[in-house]
Design a protein around this ligand. Structure first.
Ligand code: FHN
Length: 591
C-alpha cells in the first residue's frame, strides 16, 4: 500500500517536473546569490565520537567504522543507543541564519549507510532502528521551509559500508559485489524518498563516486532531474557526468579566481562528524577572511558543523559562526549575490567582490601609507565605507599612465580600520567592473602569477592540468614536458626574487607535502634551475586551510617597464605519491 502511494507521488512529481522547463540560470540563481551555507555531518558516528573500545580511532569522526574496522553487526548496535533528545531543528536553522548562511546541507546517509530519515528501502534508518524514532531530515526540512532557508541533502551514492553490494567495506564483504543491485535497491529508492517526501530540495550533495560508471551516474542525475528539476546536483556525482557546479577538494581553496560555479566544503576544526578530541578550531577571523576570499574567487563556502550524539552543535562551532554572523550583519551586501573579483590573483591587502556598478574591497591589512588599486579602468563615482550608514564620501584620485597603458586608483582611507578582520570599502563605478586583463605589477612591486592563470604548454600543444583540485594546487602534474607560462606587465624595473609556492594536501590531521622536484625558470634570456625545498623564511600564510610552502627560486631582472614572460618548466619530478602541488609564483622585490 505504502509502496503504491510512494510510486503515485513519484509519478505526480515526475509529471509536474516534465511540465516545467528549468534553465541552468534559474536552477543556480539561489545558490549563486547565497555564497555561504552550513554543512551538517551527523549520524551514528557521533556516539563513539572518535574512540572505539577505549582506543582513539585515526582520522575523521565519521570514518570510525572503516578506520577501526568495525564489523557491520557491531556498528549497527549503535543505532539502539541513538537518542538525540536535545535535537532542536529550530536551533540548527537559527544558528545557520544567525551566521548569515542561506542553505543547509545535512548528511541524509553517509558512508556508514545509516539513513537519518524514514526509509522504506532500508530499515537501517533513524525512525525504524533507534529509540529516538523520529525523522530528523523531516524536522530539519520543515523548519528550513518555514524559515526560508534552502534544505539540501548530502548522500553517499557509492561508498556504503553497511551493504554487501555497496562499495568500500572489504572487512565484512571481501567477496565480489553487485554494485548495480545496490544502486537499484537502495540508492535510487532512497533518493526518490528524499526527493518526494520533503518538499522542494535545494540540492543533492553526492559524495565519493569511486568506481561509479558514466551510465550509473547519469541514471542518478536523470532521477534527480525528473523528480525535482530545480534541484542542484553537487560536483561529486562521478562517472565524468556533468553536474551543476565544480566541487573543490575538502578545504581546498584555489589560489585565484575560477570563472565558473564552484564550491568548497570545509571544516571548522579537522573532522566533519563529531570527535570529542578534536579541538583544532579555526578562529572566527580566519573564517570571515576565508568567506570573503572564497566569494572574491567566485566560489561558495559550505562550512561544516558536527553535532553530538545528543543533538547539540558544539559550543565552539556556534561561537565561531556567531562571530562571523556579526560581521555578516554589517557586510552581507559584499557577499550575497556578488561576483568574483575582476582581477585574478589575490592582493596582499585582501580581495574584491563585485556587483554591477560596485566593487567591494575587503581589506584584511589596513594600509599604513596610501592605498592603491591597480588596473581598474572604470570611471569612479564615489568611495565610502560599507559600515558607514551615512556613506560619507572618501577622497580618491584616478590616474592613467599612457606610456605603460596603466590605470591607478589612489584612495585616501581613514587612518584606522573600521573592522580589524575585514573592512569593506565600496567603490561605486560606472558600469560593470572592467579591469586590465594582463597581470600587472602592484604598487608594492609584487607580481603574482597563479597556476590557474598560466598558459599550459606541452611541447607545442596545450595540455590539461587540474587546478580545481583536492590539492588546492596543480593535480596530476606527472608529465615534466608540461610547462606553464605567464605574460605580465612590469611597471617598475628591477631585480625580483622568484618565490615558488606549493601547497600541503592530504588529510587535515596529517597533511602531506613533497619536495625535491627540479624546475627551470625561464624569462627572456634568463634561465636557471632550482630545487623545490622549503624556504627558511616565515611567510604570512594568509588564512588558508593548508600550509603553503615557499621555495626561494632565484632572481630575475627586468631592465625597463613593459610586457614580460616567465615560464616554469619542470626538469625532474621526485618520486612519491603527493607529487608537485604547485600553486603560484610571486615575484618579490629583491632589494
Ligand atoms: O569521505 C567524505 C568525508 O567523510 C566528508 O563527508 C567529506 C565532505 O566533503 N567528503 C568525503 C571526502 O572528500
Amino acid at each position: 500500500m505504502k509502496k503504491t502511494f510512494l510510486f503515485l507521488i513519484a509519478l505526480i512529481c515526475a509529471y509536474h517536473s516534465y511540465s516545467q522547463n528549468i534553465s541552468q540560470e534559474e536552477r543556480m540563481k539561489w545558490w549563486r546569490d547565497a555564497r555561504f551555507g552550513l554543512f551538517i555531518h551527523w549520524g551514528l558516528y557521533a556516539i563513539p565520537a572518535g574512540e572505539w573500545k577505549g582506543k582513539p580511532s585515526t582520522g575523521l569522526g565519521e570514518w570510525i567504522m572503516k578506520r577501526s574496522t568495525i564489523p557491520v553487526a557491531e556498528y549497527e548496535q549503535l543505532a539502539k543507543q541513538f537518542n538525540p533528545v536535545k535535537f532542536d531543528a529550530k536551533k540548527f536553522v537559527a544558528i545557520a541564519k544567525d551566521a548569515g548562511m542561506k542553505y543547509i546541507a545535512i548528511t541524509s546517509k553517509h558512508h556508514d549507510g545509516f539513513a537519518m530519515f524514514k526509509s522504506h528501502a532500508s530499515k537501517y534508518n533513524v525512525v525504524d532502528a533507534t529509540p529516538y524514532g523520529k525523522d530528523i531530515i523531516k524536522a530539519l526540512a520543515d523548519e528550513c521551509h518555514k524559515q526560508g532557508i534552502k534544505i539540501c541533502f548530502y548522500y553517499s551514492q557509492s561508498r556504503d559500508w553497511h551493504e554487501p553490494n555497496g562499495l568500500d567495506n572489504d572487512w565484512d564483504f571481501p567477496a565480489q559485489r553487485n554494485f548495480q543491485q545496490y544502486l537499484d535497491e537502495k540508492v535510487k529508492p532512497q533518493l526518490t524518498e528524499l526527493l518526494t517526501q520533503y518538499g522542494e530540495i535545494g540540492m543533492i550533495w553526492f559524495d565519493t563516486p569511486m568506481t561509479i560508471t558514466k551510465e550509473q551516474a547519469q541514471s542518478l542525475k536523470d532521477l534527480v532531474r525528473r523528480l525535482q528539476p530545480r534541484c542542484i546536483i553537487s560536483g561529486r556525482l562521478g562517472g565524468g557526468v556533468e553536474t551543476d557546479y565544480k566541487s573543490t577538494g575538502d578545504n581546498s581553496i584555489p589560489a585565484a579566481v575560477i570563472r565558473e560555479d564552484w564550491e568548497v566544503p570545509a571544516t571548522l576544526n579537522n573532522t566533519w562528524g563529531f570527535r570529542k578530541d578534536d579541538h583544532h578550531w579555526k578562529s572566527p577571523e580566519d573564517i570571515t577572511r576565508l568567506l570573503f576570499d572564497i566569494a572574491s574567487k567566485g566560489g561558495n563556502y559550505l562550512l561544516n558543523v558536527g553535532p553530538t550524539a545528543e543533538g547539540v552543535i558544539p559550543e565552539e562551532s556556534v561561537n565561531i559562526l556567531s562571530q562571523v554572523g556579526k560581521w555578516m550583519k554589517i557586510n552581507h551586501e559584499a557577499i550575497y549575490g556578488t561576483k568574483a573579483s575582476p582581477f585574478n590573483p589575490e592582493f596582499a591587502w585582501g580581495n574584491i567582490t563585485t556587483k554591477p556598478g560596485k566593487l567591494y574591497l575587503g581589506i584584511y591589512q589596513w594600509p599604513q601609507t596610501g592605498f592603491y588599486l591597480e588596473g581598474i579602468k572604470n570611471k569612479i563615482n564615489k568611495v565610502y565605507l560599507l559600515s558607514d550608514p551615512s556613506k560619507r564620501p572618501i577622497a580618491f584620485k584616478e590616474t592613467y599612465d599612457r606610456v605603460n597603458d596603466h590605470h591607478l586608483l589612489k584612495i585616501n582611507l581613514p587612518a584606522n580600520a573600521p573592522d580589524k578582520v575585514v573592512s569593506v570599502v565600496v567603490v561605486e563605478i560606472q558600469g560593470n567592473a572592467d579591469a586590465e586583463k594582463t597581470i600587472t605589477q602592484q604598487q608594492d612591486r609584487t607580481v603574482k602569477l597563479p597556476g590557474v592563470d598560466a598558459k599550459i604548454y606541452k611541447g607545442d600543444s596545450a595540455a590539461k592540468l587540474n587546478f580545481i583540485s583536492r590539492a588546492g594546487g596543480a593535480e596530476g602534474w606527472v608529465d615534466p614536458a608540461v610547462n606553464l607560462d605567464w605574460q605580465f606587465k612590469v611597471i617598475q624595473p628591477g631585480t625580483y626574487k622568484v618565490d615558488i609556492i606549493t601547497t600541503e594536501t592530504g588529510s587535515t590531521e596529517n597533511p602531506s607535502w613533497q619536495g625535491d622536484h627540479v624546475v627551470k625558470i625561464i624569462s627572456g634570456n634568463q634561465s636557471f634551475e632550482t630545487k623545490i625545498v622549503p624556504d627558511s623564511k616565515e611567510y604570512n600564510q594568509r588564512s588558508q586551510y593548508w600550509k603553503k610552502i615557499h621555495t626561494n627560486g632565484g632572481t630575475v631582472t627586468f631592465d625597463k617597464p613593459g610586457i614580460y614572460h616567465l615560464t616554469l618548466a619542470p626538469v625532474k619530478f621526485s618520486e612519491g605519491k603527493t607529487g608537485f602541488t604547485f600553486r603560484e609564483i610571486h615575484l618579490l622585490p629583491a632589494y
